[in-house]
Design a protein around this ligand. Structure first.
Ligand code: NAD
Ligand code: WQD
Length: 334
């Protein structure tokens, strides 16, 4: 039983690699390193005692991917590889559509050739758009996302659905992540984007280590508990564990396309996250209130009951754990 992780040296992929190895799975990682570093492979080994097979390869390189499938008996793929920065996707739509869509099409074509028809795909709560209610459930339809990044996620979901219609032997699981934050408790794996971060927790981390002066809170006049945006923050290790259960369910399934929200089911505001970070880490995060960020919705959180009922998965880590682990990681990896 071998599982291939595309994008496996990235933030979520590396945590999932650790959980897979810890549950005895044989894995291989393919990553172009466009947004990660090869030293992650060594770090996975430090944590688990086992070094995963690593291919520095772009999933757009069909010949190279074909060779990886020829060399390894791959039973299933967890497909993380993709570009993920919302703002950058608005500036570089062609690069985002090309990398995410063509990359996925190339991968799926090679998988089909090698009769490997089991895939778990990293989707996002962004595919729900703004349905007008904060609690998002899988039975809601997709709404056109407001940026090219989100559009690639919605398109890939549709591609996977069409693929299954054409061939019912595919087993496909779509995981819709909410807002992953936190880091591995060893401090060896985490999220540390280059440049000025778009996402809230990486920005807070950079303020905490003094690399950025203050946090800009995007709007305090939303109809939420304190006026700031509300999101469902989920610890990356809980998220990684969701992949293990999703994979087990997929392997025993007859075929089909299933979608699961992976979130805690709780919404926290920007200021609640800031205050919790300050309290558990005993550090001040200076902030100012700014204009709303275009494209943001007021509030969203997961209805995570399907994942609990069908996968037996439930997030267990608290907002305090997320803040503590994020702080430890950034201090160890400035
Ligand atoms: P990440 O950037 O840390 O990891 C993605 C990895 O994919 C990187 O290591 C990158 O080098 C690699 N990659 C990108 N294009 C590639 C290509 N063409 N060939 C080979 N490797 C390639 O991002 P992440 O946060 O770990 O996200 C993993 C997946 O989950 C992505 O698909 C992302 O869109 C999705 N997702 C992330 C979030 C989030 O907030 N982090 C939320 C929802 C969904
Ligand atoms: C969270 C909250 C902001 C930064 C994005 C993508 C989504 C998924 C996760 C990949 C919001 C506020 C933020 C800052 C702030 N990614 N904020 N100051 O927008 O919910 O989701 O990342 O798939 O697709 O859209 O996450 O972390 O950017 O924002 O006040 O400097 O923090 O307004 O309320 P978001 P985020």
């Amino acid at each position: 039983m071998k599982v291939l992780l595309t994008g496996g040296t990235g933030y979520i992929g590396s945590h999932t690699a650790v959980e897979l190895i810890n549950t005895g799975k044989d894995i291989a990682i393919v990553d172009s390193l466009i947004n990660s570093n090869e030293d992650v492979v060594e770090r996975i080994k430090q944590i688990t005692g086992k070094e995963p097979k690593f291919y520095k390869t772009d999933i757009l390189d069909k010949e190279a991917i074909d060779k990886i499938f020829a060399e390894n008996e791959i039973d299933a793929v967890i497909h993380f590889a993709g570009l993920k920065a919302v703002g950058e996707s608005v500036e570089k739509p062609l690069e985002y559509y090309y990398n995410n869509i063509m990359g996925t099409l190339t991968l799926l074509d090679v998988m089909r050739k090698h009769n490997c028809k089991k895939i778990v795909f990293s989707s996002s709560a962004t595919v729900y758009g703004d349905p007008g209610v904060p609690r998002l459930v899988e039975t809601m339809g997709r709404r056109t996302p407001t940026n090219p990044y989100g559009a690639t996620k919605a398109m890939i979901e549709k591609i996977l659905e069409d693929l299954y219609i054409s061939d019912n032997s595919w087993k496909i699981t779509i995981l819709r992540y909410f807002n992953p934050i936190g880091a591995h408790e060893s401090g060896l794996l985490g999220d540390n984007p280059n440049g000025i971060p778009n996402n809230l927790m990486p920005y807070i981390q950079k303020v905490a280590i003094g690399e950025l002066e203050k946090l800009h809170v995007f709007g305090d006049d939303y109809e939420t508990k304190d006026g700031t945006g509300v999101r469902d923050y989920i610890h990356v290790v809980d998220l990684a564990k969701g992949h293990i259960l999703a994979l087990e369910k997929l392997l025993s399934a007859d075929g089909g396309v299933e979608k699961y929200n992976l979130g805690t089911g709780c919404g926290y505001s920007v200021l609640e996250l800031v205050k919790t970070f300050e309290k558990v880490n005993n550090i001040k995060i200076p902030y100012v209130i700014d204009e709303r960020r275009p494209g943001d919705i007021a509030a969203c959180y997961a209805d995570a009951s399907k994942a609990e009922a069908e996968l037996g998965w439930k997030a267990t880590k608290t907002l305090e754990d997320m803040c503590r682990d994020s702080w430890r990681y950034i201090q160890m990896n400035k």
